[in-house]
Design a protein. Structure first.
Length: 124
């Protein structure tokens, strides 16, 4: 779905606007602390990391990923910027905004601006 929550939109824009930091969730209320790291540490909770997604059709999208470092980099949420709006990666509204069919997007690949110490999906 299109992200309409102002707080989440601010968070996504903040992550996208700075190439130098990530957000680490603290506590159970969804709050997050800004951190500047060279590598997102393994087994250190949930992080919000900016990056890019390359769709199956070759299109590249600015993205923000909510990543569980306690689960080898499992993706909990993915947000794609389309125009000036943010969308969850797997909704019908997203594909309408992209003007593509779902099968043109999947499977996709992604990259992080700040790499994960342990990334089960992109191991070296």
């Amino acid at each position: 779905m299109k992200v309409v929550d102002d707080e989440l939109r601010r968070r996504l824009n903040l992550i996208e606007s700075s190439k130098a930091f990530v957000l680490r969730e603290v506590g159970n209320d969804g709050s997050a602390a800004v951190q500047s790291v060279q590598v997102v540490p393994n087994d250190d909770g949930i992080y919000w990391v900016g990056g890019a997604t390359k769709l199956a059709n070759g299109r590249q999208l600015t993205s923000v990923f909510r990543v569980d470092t306690n689960a080898a980099g499992n993706l909990l949420s993915i947000y794609w910027q389309i125009g000036s709006d943010w969308y969850e990666h797997d909704s019908e509204e997203t594909f309408r905004a992209l003007e593509i069919q779902r099968d043109e997007a999947f499977p996709f690949d992604w990259s992080y601006r700040v790499p994960l110490e342990k990334d089960a999906f992109h191991s070296v």
